[in-house]
Design a protein around this ligand. Structure first.
Ligand SMILES: Cc1cc2nc3c(=O)[nH]c(=O)nc-3n(C[C@H](O)[C@H](O)[C@H](O)COP(=O)(O)O)c2cc1C
Length: 510
């Protein structure tokens, strides 16, 4: 019998069980990972002078603000990178400065780094730049004179992306990577899941902010990993490329081609390192590129067809409030809520949250909708602890119909508390969104690379839930740790659906 794709093995190996949680992985508290890479002596381009200094007025004015020098000008790129992954808060603990970023990250470890590829820019030389979040600066990755010339750089990028039209035409592209050790220092082998979820959150911010600045984002998931890593000159045994994100001026893009491709499913070279194993197994290699089948986006759109037909449900009606107003202020203010107070959510609040995450305004042009990889891989279940007008219990969410279908009646507050490793956030949340996937079906479509897409998309949806919650004055936090094997039975979620991510929503305690 053929071996299952390695993604399934990795998922199994990294499950949390009540009997073994806390065992096996030793955290070296004396040697925490560095949060930033250092390119000593590299030419740097300071982006701070272009940031609005006051939080409200100037960021408010940013909405729809055109820069006379166009959407790729340094002021616009400065705002884009800041609101996507910049440092939005700082704390001092034990004599150390802690930097908190625009996107949340499991354990505040921030494995996600962003690189910028640029050509033909008025104020930047052609080349590859590392976005240093603490300094809010772009650092040139290649020593002087060694960077590929602009046309060559983007030719290589688009070739690595199978000739993707958006990559071929772009003048600026962002590439998101994860530095695995930052997260695995604390979370061991399971960290790859969190690297992907964290990066999905970053992509969520990018997608919300870019159109406000006149920019469209394409998300390319199908690329030859080694070729993109080589362009960035990153050490592949420590850092992996997770997404290629060409930018274009709104209204000028050619229709993006298929963005998600299957992995080559090369058997990973034997390694003791499960993270390098899953990253290699989910890679696309040049020699087996032919097997990296593309799947067109059309038809995979946004879970329009509910997968499960449960009993008649509750139709959700939004409040009609336009959450996109001043949405960038919500990104700047976003923090994960540490204590929720069990007070009920209004039904319309839950509807607004889910609509913002799953049903973005479909009147918007395609290029302004969230650039997910393949949302048909994901399903959503909602645990209702306390929502006005809804019986406590578990519901299946059908986004296309904005409907909640009951799958288990009666409170599961204690169960979700236990499942989330006894974290009070889950117990005291008013509603808990459980993102799931049928991993076997997903790997049939994309091989092990499915593992990347479904976690990136779940994190991306999670970020939209985060930003909508903050925008509505509600509380929110992601939860990446849960007892995998108990989720289905305790919540009555169909057995094939594996839990990918959890988002707690509610009212923040004062
Ligand atoms: C993928 C992911 C998993 C997380 N898991 C948990 C969790 O299990 N428990 C928790 O209290 N917070 C969790 N968080 C929230 C982080 O602790 C929080 O983002 C981090 O401390 C940074 O703070 P900030 O979000 O306020 O910027 C998670 C966040 C992400 C993105």
């Amino acid at each position: 019998m053929a071996e299952p794709p390695y993604a399934e093995t990795y998922h199994r190996l990294t499950k949390y069980h009540p009997s073994t949680i806390g065992q096996g992985h030793h955290i070296d508290w004396n040697h925490p990972p560095e949060q930033f890479k250092d390119f000593a002596g590299a030419p740097r381009f300071d982006l701070r002078p272009y940031l609005p200094t006051g939080e409200t007025e100037e960021w408010q004015a940013l909405a729809g603000l055109k820069d006379p020098d166009g959407p790729f000008s340094l002021p616009q790129l400065s705002k884009l990178l800041f609101a996507t992954n910049g440092v939005t808060a700082m704390a001092v603990g034990g004599g150390q400065k802690m930097y908190f970023r625009a996107a949340p990250s499991a354990g505040a470890l921030y494995p996600t780094d962003l690189y910028l590829l640029v050509r033909g820019h008025a104020d930047l030389p052609d080349g590859v730049f590392y976005y240093h979040v603490r300094d809010h600066a772009l650092l040139e990755v290649y020593p002087k004179g060694l960077a590929p010339e602009g046309a060559e750089l983007f030719k290589r990028l688009s070739e690595a992306c199978f000739g993707d039209a958006a990559a071929a035409e772009a003048k600026v592209a962002i590439v998101a990577t994860a530095v695995f050790w930052r997260s695995s220092w604390r979370y061991g082998d399971r960290a790859y899941r969190r690297c992907l979820l964290d990066t999905g959150h970053v992509l969520g911010n990018l997608d919300i902010v870019a159109p406000r600045l006149g920019l469209g984002v394409s998300a390319v998931g199908g690329f030859v990993d080694h070729e993109v890593a080589e362009l960035l000159a990153i050490p592949e045994d420590k850092e992996g490329v997770l997404a290629v994100l060409p930018l274009h001026e709104l209204g000028t893009a050619s229709r993006p081609g298929p963005s998600a491709r299957a992995s080559s499913d090369v058997e990973p070279a034997p390694t003791d390192d499960a993270i390098l194993g899953i990253h290699a197994a989910s890679a696309i290699t040049r020699d087996k590129a032919a097997s990296a089948k593309a799947h067109a986006e059309d038809g995979d759109d946004f879970m329009l067809d509910p997968k499960y037909a449960f009993a008649a449900g509750t139709k959700l009606k939004t409040s009609g409030e336009d959450l996109s107003e001043e949405i960038e202020i919500a990104i700047l203010r976003r923090r994960s809520t540490r204590v929720l107070n069990r007070e009920p959510l209004k039904l319309a609040e839950l509807a607004d949250l889910l609509a913002f995450a799953y049903r973005p305004d479909l009147r918007l042009p395609h290029e302004q909708l969230p650039a997910y990889f393949d949302t048909s891989l994901l399903e959503t279940f909602v645990v209702v602890n306390s929502v006005e007008g809804l019986e406590p219990g578990v519901y299946y969410f059908a986004p296309g119909f904005m409907e909640l279908l009951s799958i288990r009646r009666g409170s599961v507050r204690n169960e979700i508390f236990h499942l989330a490793l006894g974290q009070e956030l889950a117990r005291d949340a008013s509603a808990v969104v459980v993102h799931t996937a049928d991993l076997e079906a997903a790997t049939k479509k994309y091989g092990s690379r499915a593992y990347r897409y479904l976690h990136l998309d779940a994190g991306h949806i999670g970020e939209r839930l985060n930003i909508a919650a903050i925008r509505l004055g509600l509380g929110v936090s992601g939860i990446g740790g849960f007892f995998d094997d108990e989720v289905n039975e305790l919540l009555n979620i169909p057995g094939k659906e594996l839990c990918v991510y959890i988002t707690c929503l509610g009212r923040p305690a004062p």
